[in-house]
Design a protein around this ligand. Sequence first.
Ligand code: ZN
Length: 111
Amino acid sequence: MTTAVHQLDDGAWVSVNDSREVNVSNLWRLARHDFCGCRLADFLAEGFVEVAADGADVEARIAGQCIQCGESGVTEWLTLGRVDPETDEFRSVVPESVHVPNRRRRLASPP
Ligand SMILES: [Zn+2]
């Protein structure tokens, strides 16, 4: 199964299979992350830096800021959602729930 993902409008949107699905203006809760010193970061997303599909999963690295401590930068890979293989419909994750960034995409080759 091939999923086409692209960033649009300088990283403001992610399109999945040629349909705009995810807008960047969300607050994400990050756990077990290296982004900043907060145990649970409240990360305000400002732009998608890299997007990729791993099978049905859509993942992205997002630039933004932790609104608790003010640290800004780019996250590791976060799952944005997945494409339902039955309907080809994209189902987004809930950004405000807790997410654990992946240091390396699962498909990436080992060093
Ligand atoms: Zn922080």
